[in-house]
Ligand binder design. Structure first.
Ligand SMILES: *Cc1c(COP(=O)(O)O)cnc(C)c1O
Length: 387
């Protein structure tokens, strides 16, 4: 960095941002993400009737039932699809898929850290063959292609580490018995999707659903359920009890989980799903996140110091906007002065290692707060431009 640019970074760090510019809520993180006040009130309301009570009894089971019914309604579940859930987050679901959904060999699109992690699990599993990996550089978008030698295709609906969204569509020419496993952790509930194009559409509650972490949820097709049931009794496959998809399925059908869930996470999640449905469901959430992420892209187009990291406009995420900052300004100076003012978690994904801002616009993030965030960023850049 030149002396001039380090002077500008120093000027950024030293700024006091006027109070009236700051957003009402400064949480713009990609997960855990902002939780609305009404959700916390719902948690408070449940503090003696649901919290601290058995997950095998009606009060907690009713919350699980609300979650399962709400997800079914939100995604307009196709005939025969089921909502399954369990403990361990999406990371656990990858391993459940390795044991219970991939039969012999999978194809993975790898376009960032999260999609890489699932591919690595499949590759390391001794009972599976070497997966087929279709890779693109961070910021790019690989395309799934039908291969008769795989029995499952895997990709993320939204690669949270880079801000790339991947279309959810069965690969042209894929056969009926090949499963499509979509990691929707950071976009489920925020973008329109046709679940008939998937066999497992899985996610966790701490992103678009504004709850806390620790759970996974997955919408399974009849074909995925049939595969899981067949692999569960296959003689040549050991499946750890905790990673058994069929156990999760049996428990979910009874509105329970295999082992004790975080009850607060379920309460916050149920509340958020019902709020989304009241607002207009998935179509509403899709429109809102397109608007708010569009505001950020428009801002980037206006600022000479800011360039969208994802060069292909149609691949840009509507929930995680990644924006490169001109090398003349240290992006960490920007994120740290914002953090000092309560505007948090817009640092880039740690392993990406870029001079970048990463801003999440999940459904709980309104247009007014995004407008304020943009005003704050303009203030930071404008008042330091001659430093
Ligand atoms: C956050 C995230 C995960 C990991 O979720 P956990 O619930 O923390 O295991 C996996 N995939 C994607 C795309 C994510 O954004």
């Amino acid at each position: 960095m030149t002396a001039a640019s380090s002077a500008r970074s120093d000027a950024v760090r030293a700024l006091t941002i006027p109070q009236e510019l700051l957003p009402g809520d400064g949480r713009f993180g990609s997960g855990p993400s902002r939780i609305r006040g009404q959700q916390m009130e719902a948690l408070q309301a449940a503090s003696r009737t649901v919290m601290g009570t058995s997950h095998r009894q009606a009060p907690v089971k009713d919350v699980v039932a609300r979650v399962r019914a709400g997800i079914a309604e939100l995604f307009s579940l196709p005939e025969g699809y089921e909502v399954v859930l369990g403990n361990g987050g999406s990371t656990a679901f990858w391993d459940m898929a390795v044991f219970g959904l991939i039969e012999r060999r999978s194809q993975h699109l790898v376009l960032g850290e999260f999609s890489q992690k699932f591919a690595s699990e499949a590759k390391a599993a001794p009972h599976l063959e070497e997966p087929e990996i279709l890779r693109s550089e961070p910021g790019g978008l690989p395309v799934a292609s039908a291969n008769p030698d795989v029995d499952a295709y895997a990709w993320p609906h939204n690669e949270t580490s880079t801000g790339v969204m991947v279309p959810v569509q069965r690969p042209a020419g894929a056969s009926q018995d090949q499963l499509v496993l979509v990691d929707a952790t950071s976009v489920a509930g925020a973008a329109a999707v046709d679940l008939s194009q998937t066999d497992a559409y899985y996610f966790a509650p701490q992103k678009a659903f504004a709850s806390d972490g620790g759970l996974w949820l997955s919408v399974l097709s009849p074909a995925a359920i049939e595969r899981a049931e067949r692999l569960a009794i296959a003689k040549d496959r050991w499946i750890p009890a905790f990673l058994s998809l069929t156990s999760a399925l049996e428990n979910s059908r009874k509105d329970q989980t295999l082992n004790t869930p975080a009850v607060a996470t379920l309460v916050l999640l149920a509340e958020q799903i019902e709020w989304m449905l009241d607002q207009g469901g998935l179509a509403w959430a899709d429109a809102r996140t397109r608007t708010t992420s569009g505001m950020l892209q428009d801002w980037a187009a206006r600022r000479s110091e800011i360039t969208p990291f994802v060069s292909e406009p149609s691949a840009r995420s509507q929930v995680v906007t990644t924006l490169d900052v001109d090398e003349a300004i240290d992006a960490t100076a920007i994120t740290s002065v914002l953090r000092a003012h309560g505007v948090v978690d817009i640092e880039p994904y740690r392993k990406l290692g870029r001079n970048q801002l990463r801003i999440a616009t999940f459904p709980a993030v309104g247009e007014d707060d995004v407008a304020s965030l943009i005003a704050v960023l303009d203030h930071v850049l404008d008042t330091t431009s001659d430093a």
